[in-house]
Design a protein around this ligand. Structure first.
Ligand code: AMP
Length: 330
């Protein structure tokens, strides 16, 4: 039995939900895309949706595209599909999840879809889809995907599908702690629990660390800085990443060390990313109360009120970036 909160949310969009179901039925080939540098929500919403389609429409060809994650693949999610360009020449339904802005979509071939659907919760500059599901108030794209799939009453949501969606929601709601967590988020989580998922196993898989990872934590605790108005931050350049045996994507894993420290209003990590196509320092920003997405947008980024990402080209920009954040709390 779905809770009235979930039913009411779905009722308001029932025509669009039905339209999506018709599209899934219509196309024999479906490709699902996510954002670059995937996180729990990008992968959870992508694999939740693909598993649902494969479980209920076993004759369809369903592919998931985008780069694998350094530690989540294959521990939590399967390897991404790899297809050469000819695959995209025949008609297919393109579904883009957890991303709206074109440059952040992990594979530009999403645009070759005969019809493009987007399911997202990020503010977006220019819509890329023929049919858009966009609600920036939702905690996670996986919350949206779950709302849609749970409304398709005749179809089954397997334990595997529900587990992926739950991971996405836990990841992007900061374990149900960010202000985007709502009654609807909990009601969706409850409905996913009814699909027999084992949350203790899910949490262990998501958050279990290796003993060696404590060295990274120790480094950060010994080397962080705090600005005058409570912006805590740490910087891990490439040579140190090598020494600590982590990749640039993993630098942000410790960012929430500062989430419950009195006097710390926002916190961020700086990771040198030596990618030759886009050399930069990737910043993961989190905030207790104030909306930091405006500062993220100013610095080539974006995201949500309490969890955003940005980048700077050189550490020379770090003081100006920190000042922008610090000014929010002055
Ligand atoms: P992260 O710190 O990488 O976990 O990202 C936090 C949130 O900000 C996620 O919702 C990301 O999708 C979003 N985000 C991160 N980097 C960017 C960027 N450069 N542009 C737009 N959104 C971003």
């Amino acid at each position: 039995m779905l809770s009235p909160v979930v039913k009411e949310y779905a009722r308001r969009q029932r025509f669009e939900y039905k339209q999506l179901l018709s599209l899934i039925k219509k196309y024999d080939r479906i490709a699902i895309f996510r954002h670059i540098k995937p996180d729990y929500d990008a992968l959870g919403s992508q694999y939740g949706l693909s598993t649902f389609i494969k479980d209920n429409f076993p004759n369809k060809e369903v592919k998931c595209f985008g780069d694998n994650h350094v530690t989540f693949t294959p521990r939590l999610f399967p390897e991404s599909d790899r297809e050469n360009d000819s695959w995209f020449d025949k008609p297919f339904l393109s579904i883009v999840v957890d991303v709206g802005d074109e440059p952040r979509i992990a594979d530009p071939r999403f645009a070759k879809g005969s019809y493009i659907v987007k399911i997202d919760h990020h503010p977006c500059k220019k819509d890329i889809a023929n049919l858009s599901f966009l609600d920036t108030s939702l905690s996670a794209a996986a919350e949206y995907v779950a709302s849609i799939l749970l409304s398709f009453k005749k179809y089954k949501i397997s334990k595997e599908c529900a587990s992926y969606l739950y991971i996405g929601i836990v990841g992007d709601s900061g374990r149900f702690m960010y202000s985007s967590t709502s009654k609807h988020t909990f009601a969706i989580a409850e409905a996913l629990l009814d699909c027999d998922i084992k949350i203790s196993d899910i949490y262990l898989n998501m958050y279990e660390k290796k003993l060696d990872d404590l060295k990274v934590t120790a480094y950060i605790l010994n080397n962080f800085s705090v600005s005058p108005h409570g912006v805590a931050y740490y910087v891990i350049p490439e040579d140190l990443q090598t020494k600590l045996n982590i990749t640039s994507e993993r630098v942000k894993e410790n960012v929430n060390l500062f989430s419950n420290i009195e006097g710390v209003n926002a916190w961020c990590s700086f990771a040198e990313d030596n990618n030759p196509k886009d050399y930069c320092w990737r910043i993961s920003i989190r905030s207790k109360k104030k909306d930091i997405s405006g500062v993220a947008q100013k610095w080539e980024g974006g995201g949500h009120a309490q969890a955003s990402g940005a980048k700077i080209k050189s550490l020379d920009d770090l003081p100006s970036f920190i000042k922008d954040l610090d000014d929010l709390f002055a």
